[in-house]
Design a protein around this ligand. Structure first.
Ligand SMILES: Cc1ncc(COP(=O)(O)O)c(C=O)c1O
Length: 336
């Protein structure tokens, strides 16, 4: 608002809107911050938010600023969503406000897709707007990479499409694509944009270039390669009896059971000795005794990388089951 918004920012917004088949788009400085501030701006005390219980922290934290009512629905459970929509409507019938439903395109921990078809099918019955956070779907889901709404064929039914640059764009920043009047409103009402500088120029020009690649024939090639790697990895892990849940996206969570000590030693082993980077999730994010190692295959991985990774996981699973990691002293994760 105050400074830093250039023709390059506007060009990105024009191209992002075109790609997402929306009237307008707006470039944010950060994903997390952008979502928090956008939720704050989109609703007022009379409005009700109905959200998937497993939504990302940025949406939950945005909701903390909301002084009206909010109702969570059980993850991807359409019957439960309907119940919550009925409750929400009872409130908005009195306040005169609107209902905003929020979910994710791809859930980042499990790789499950938000049930966008099920949700949008309810739009005619219950009058609501739908906001999706497609951080993990933008660039890789859908025939052209336009995201999970494209994958489900519901781009026109998602009212507010949000994605960050933290995943397929390999950068910093985010954008929203939606109606022009909503973008105009956000420009003047999102505190994270009004009271902060715009996205720095190197990130903006980098984002333009990345968007160009995603939309090009090269992007199609990269996506094809990505899905070849994803399917090889997920099929290979499953074939070896390694639990990866019900992912439908590149996010590949390897689910193991063991103590926290075993989790630390296993992470040290896989990073230092096998040279594989993966994020680890343990208690309190998941129940005690569960260890999730999240793998994110990319288009630049090779099928040799996949074979190596599947074999490595086979070995660490065996070591874990034999008690090897519990017998070792605590590894020093600082050294890796
Ligand atoms: C679903 C989701 N939304 C939002 C964010 C925050 O985005 P950023 O890292 O660009 O701030 C993340 C994490 O990067 C995410 O996984």
């Amino acid at each position: 608002m105050l400074s830093g918004h250039t023709k390059y920012h506007e060009e990105f917004e024009r191209q992002a809107a075109e790609f997402e088949k929306k009237e307008a788009a707006y470039l944010f400085n950060f994903g997390y911050q952008g979502m928090v501030s956008m939720v704050d701006a989109l609703v007022d005390r009379n409005d009700v938010i109905v959200y998937d219980a497993e939504c990302h922290a940025c949406m939950l934290d945005g909701m903390r600023l909301h002084i009206g009512k909010r109702f969570p629905f059980a993850h991807n459970d359409m019957e439960n969503l309907e119940k919550k929509l009925i409750n929400a409507k009872k409130v908005t019938d009195v306040t005169g406000g609107g209902i905003l439903v929020m979910t994710e395109g791809v859930f980042g921990m499990s790789g499950q897709l938000g049930n966008l078809k099920g949700i949008t099918d309810l739009k005619d019955k219950y009058n609501f707007r739908l906001l999706i956070d497609d951080a993990h779907g933008f660039g890789d889901m859908g025939a052209t990479g336009a995201g999970t709404s494209e994958h489900f064929g519901v781009m026109d039914k998602v009212d507010v499409y949000f994605a960050t640059f933290a995943k397929s764009m390999a950068g910093i920043g985010a954008f929203v694509a939606t109606d022009k009047k909503i973008v105009d409103y956000l420009r003047f009402n999102m505190r994270s944009q009004v009271y902060a500088k715009s996205l720095p120029m190197p990130m903006t020009i980098g984002a333009l270039k990345r968007l160009e690649i995603i939309r090009s024939a090269k992007g199609d090639e990269l996506r094809k390669k990505l899905w070849t790697v994803v399917h090889a990895l997920q099929d290979g892990l499953r074939a070896d009896g390694i639990e990866i849940g019900s992912t439908q996206a590149p996010v590949t969570p390897v689910v193991l059971n063991g103590t926290e000590k075993a989790a630390v030693n296993l992470t040290h082993d896989i990073r230092k000795n096998y040279n594989i980077f993966c994020s680890i999730v343990i208690y309190p994010v998941v129940p005690k005794g569960t260890i999730i190692l999240r793998l994110i295959p990319t288009a630049i991985h090779t099928l040799e990388n996949v074979e190596y990774t599947v074999n490595a996981f086979k070995e660490i699973k065996k070591k874990l089951a034999s008690g090897y990691y519990d017998e070792q002293p605590f590894a020093n994760l600082d050294e890796i």
